[in-house]
Design a protein around this ligand. Structure first.
Ligand code: HEC
Length: 271
């Protein structure tokens, strides 16, 4: 059995299926958004809902012009990065490179490694303690690390058969209907992007991962991408999942790959 799996996996590699799919998935993704938002430039998708809604854009720009509410937290994250010796772990010693490298598929563990999972691992090695996954220190440190890569582009690579399988799982999760409302992530953030859901305008999934961790007015604090995933699952009345579980890491792998070529931004504010 194992042999058969290996043969099939190698075949996939041979015909170059692994990386071709991501490129064609992203092409279709971008084409869809181009159709519903013909006037939005590709680079502007880093701004989430503000790229597609002029009214809230003005508020956003006002906030960025003042002292953004995340500024202090991000600065603190930089101090914590040093205080806990995270610069001593090879995975994080060059913070800008670390943001650009993650998420990636680790061939040894056959798992997607996210930036936050790398921070958690390093923190535990350095301090002997566990770090949370959603808010507080992890969000501050991850935001500071990401700031060091601001202006560089997301460039998720999905190359091996294992990586491809994780990517496919993540993609399936993103498109699967679930919860009491029988909705998928794509129902809101692909097909209905730009439309209203109660008091909110739905952001396009393209560019979703460029500014996280973020400060959210509703949270009145910083949170990671997986904190937001958890919140959206709750809104869907779906079964909750823990941040950094395999299902979320795989979804992040797909989700970030769809934003390949977009700039990582330090404008970490959302309503
Ligand atoms: C019922 C509609 C709905 C569904 C389904 C939904 N979300 Fe959301 N999501 C929202 C709303 C509303 C917001 C806040 C406004 C915005 O940025 O879109 C949001 C925000 C987000 C954000 C933050 C966007 C930003 O620019 O900061 C991410 C990331 C996200 N959702 C991911 C997901 C994922 C992944 C799923 C599937 C697990 C999902 N959402 C399912 C309604 C939804």
């Amino acid at each position: 059995m194992k042999k058969l799996v290996t043969i099939v996996a190698n075949l996939g590699l041979l015909v170059g299926m692994a990386s071709a799919d991501v490129a064609s998935d992203q092409k279709a993704f971008i084409k869809h958004f181009k159709t519903i938002f013909p006037n939005v430039e590709f680079a502007d998708y880093t701004n989430g809902v503000y790229a597609v809604d002029q009214g809230s854009r003005e508020q956003f720009e006002e906030i960025l012009d003042g002292i953004p509410p995340y500024e202090e937290a991000v600065e603190k994250g930089g101090k914590e990065y040093l205080k806990f010796g995270l610069n001593k772990c090879s995975s994080l010693k060059d913070p800008a490179a670390a943001r650009v490298k993650h998420p990636y598929f680790d061939e040894i563990t056959q798992q997607v490694v996210t930036l936050e999972s790398a921070i958690k691992k390093c923190y535990q090695q350095r301090t002997g303690k566990k770090l949370g996954s959603k808010k507080g220190k992890i969000a501050r440190i991850s935001a500071w690390i990401s700031d060091q890569a601001a202006g560089q582009k997301i460039n998720v690579k999905v190359e091996s058969a294992g990586a491809k399988a994780a990517y496919e799982e993540g993609k399936v999760f993103f498109y699967a209907k679930r919860g009491q409302f029988n909705m998928s992530c794509a129902d809101c953030h692909v097909y209905n992007a730009g439309k209203k859901a109660r008091a909110d305008i739905l952001s396009p999934a393209l560019g979703h991962t460029t500014h996280l961790p973020m400060y959210r007015a509703k949270w009145a604090s910083m949170g990671t991408l997986h904190r937001r995933y958890g919140g959206c699952l709750k809104n869907m009345r779906a079964k909750p999942l823990k941040a950094q579980t395999e299902a979320f890491r795989n979804m992040e792998f797909f989700h970030q790959a769809m934003s390949n070529g977009l700039e990582i931004t330090a404008d970490r504010y959302r309503k």
